[in-house]
Design a binder for this molecule. Sequence first.
Ligand code: SF4
Length: 340
Amino acid sequence: MRGGAPPGFSPSATQVTELGLAEGATPWIGPGGRIMERLELHLTYFCGERCLFCSEAHRMQRFHRFPVTWGRVARVLRMHAARGIRAVHFTGGEPTIHPRFVEVLMLARKLGMRTSIGTIGTMLAREDFARRALPHLDEVLFSVHGPDAAVHDRMAGKAGSFERVSAAMAHARRMAPHLRRFANTVITRHNLDHLPDTVAMLAERGVELVVVSNLTAEGGGHDRYAELAPRLEHLAEVLPRVPARAPGVVIRFFGVPMCLLGDHWTCSNDLHWDPRVTVEWQAAPGKVAFTGIYSWAPDRKRVHAPECAGCARRDVCMGINDAYLDHWSTAALRPFDSGT
Ligand code: SF4
């Protein structure tokens, strides 16, 4: 059904049944008739690492006093399953430290959802925990920010972090052959030159897909943007060399201008992105609310630069980080002409 329905599509009772919805429930329909099938749920507001660029740093400071209780999680999962959500990605903070993490996974599976987490390996590095949790997971996205301990631990702000995430990846590879193993690596000015080696290392460890995420100006990334953000010229020099270092691995560049990827522009995540509802604590007048934000395009904190005006791919590329415009020239962008 995804993408196939016309704008303004409203499912009939029969179509609702085909979507597997509860009686009386309706799915979320977005632009172009796209149906929302993916939920991102922030399970914790704490993490043992101190990544320099952590986009959640401010939200963790603000909301760590508000527990994401079992009752709250169960309600969110049931409500979204009833409205057609078919995949859930648990994030945080670090999701594996939620006191009922394994039960949360089991409930999501029972409700018919594929289960996925983003983790820096905190609990999966422990063999006994990995044995209990991995059978209930379909995908794991490991956070790995360098090819070795020297680079990764500096980014993660914690000695021993590379060793932990490496142990978690090894457990997943050995104990859960069914599992899809992905990795996310955040790029800053300090680790960008190591990126080809990082991706080659991840390929050697059997990772199937690597998301290369550009720094965003949120949380620690906001506080340190001028220090950490890679320049467009630097991205254009390094990123096109990355896919060759990991043959057979799918590479996705997230938050990166498409025109800096050279022949690999189709690896831009702007072209491979699914609508999602993100459920997390949000400030409301006089209170906080655990509620959803609906995203139909990967345009959060992205804008088009003056150079984008005549670009032939402006409709599908979300442009550059908005904070970049406040600091540096965008003259290094290379707009596509209509013949490309
Ligand atoms: S829209 Fe802008 S950032 Fe995107 S490919 Fe075109 S010139 Fe580059």
